[in-house]
Design a protein around this ligand. Structure first.
Ligand SMILES: [Cu+2]
Length: 358
């Protein structure tokens, strides 16, 4: 498991073209995505912010943020919570409040993130504002740049209504135009009893060389909970559109280990037993020796003296590059063919160096 999650992370960092997996906005429309589970050891923080601008002369701006915090366990289980501070107001004792809190668990029963084919997940949840037991069955189907989504939802007490249960259905799609840009949209509604449908449309960006995705979106839904994503903005009638963005932040817990364990243990990566003819340190976001010259069959060792991760990535894939080199890690690569090998660090492309083999 550890190997799988670190492999995913290595892939994500070293190959900026690879789409990020956990909670990537390129694989889910704004009000859907019920099969997405963070990788094990990753705490996902997603910040969704929507706003409505009232007509002039006031141009009053009403904000509708939803914060999602979720942790991945194993391959297919997540526990998370959402807080939306300007949702549909509650009923009964919560009649004055629009602070909506939802706790949820998610079990991805079938499929894997961002891979072709089908994924199925169930999401039981509890909505504290509605005092409602909620649930969602989510299905995704991915083929090439397309993903189709469907969801069936049930709630025991509808938010803002008199306390009856209800069922909702939703559907949506994603189209990944490039590896960095996607378009998506969705539509969902309570059906029994019927409600105002919720819709959204977005353009999504994978920020190159980072684990983050970002979307610009329009929707009429006030929050991203199971209930909030099922009902359109009703206060001002139909046709009132919220605009906003979402930003996804995966926090890899392993990265925080220096806080608790002091300096990390040395890790040796790459060729072992090779004759090392040159040493290059990575310090202060630089390769400390810009050019080294060696003979064919000899090796270079790079050692990371920084508190951040680096890579040794050859330009034009002239040689296979390093995996992520952690703080206090070293990487050895042997060069068999004469030539001039230029390289850089993927997370810090301004870090550059040259190996001359002759
Ligand atoms: Cu670097």
């Amino acid at each position: 498991m550890k190997h799988v999650s670190s492999a995913v992370f290595v892939l994500a960092v070293t190959s900026s073209a690879a789409p990020l997996r956990a909670q990537s906005l390129l694989y889910r429309p704004p009000n859907l995505g019920g099969t997405w589970v963070p990788d094990a050891g990753v705490v996902q923080f997603n910040f969704l912010h929507r706003f409505y601008v009232f007509p002039g002369p006031s141009h009053f701006v009403e904000n509708h943020p939803t914060f999602t915090l979720a942790a991945g366990f194993g391959h297919n289980v997540a526990l998370g919570g959402r807080l939306a501070t300007k949702s549909i107001v509650g009923t009964g004792a919560a009649a004055q409040s629009s602070n909506e809190t939802e706790l949820y668990a998610r079990w991805r029963v079938y499929g894997a993130e961002g891979r072709p084919g089908l994924a199925v997940a169930v999401t039981p949840a509890y909505n504290f504002l509605a005092k409602s037991v909620d649930g969602e069955l989510g299905i995704d189907w991915t083929r090439g740049p397309f993903t189709l989504h469907g969801a069936a939802r049930a709630v025991s007490r509808r938010l803002g209504e008199s306390g009856t249960g209800a069922a909702a259905f939703a559907g949506g799609f994603d189209v990944r135009v490039t590896q960095y840009i996607a378009l998506n949209a969705d539509l969902g509604s309570f059906v029994s009893p019927a409600g105002r449908a919720a819709w959204s449309a977005a353009i999504d960006f994978l920020i190159p060389g980072s684990p983050h995705t970002f979307s610009l979106q329009a929707s009429n839904a006030q929050s991203a909970t199971i209930q909030g994503a099922s009902v359109g903005y009703g206060a001002l009638g139909p046709g009132h559109v919220l605009y906003g963005f979402e930003f996804t932040i995966p926090l890899h817990l392993k990265r925080f280990s220096p806080w608790f364990h002091g300096s990390p243990k040395p890790v040796a990566l790459g060729a072992s037993g090779a004759a090392i003819a040159a040493e290059v340190d990575m310090a202060a976001l630089k390769f400390t020796v810009e050019t080294v010259t060696i003979s064919p069959g000899q090796a270079v060792r790079w050692t990371n003296r920084d508190p951040v991760e680096h890579t040794v990535t050859f330009d034009g894939a002239a040689e296979p590059g390093s995996p992520v080199i952690p703080p206090n890690g070293s990487y050895v690569h042997r060069f068999d063919k004469p030539g001039t090998y230029t390289y850089h660090c993927t997370p810090h492309p301004f870090m550059k160096g040259v190996v001359v083999v002759k």
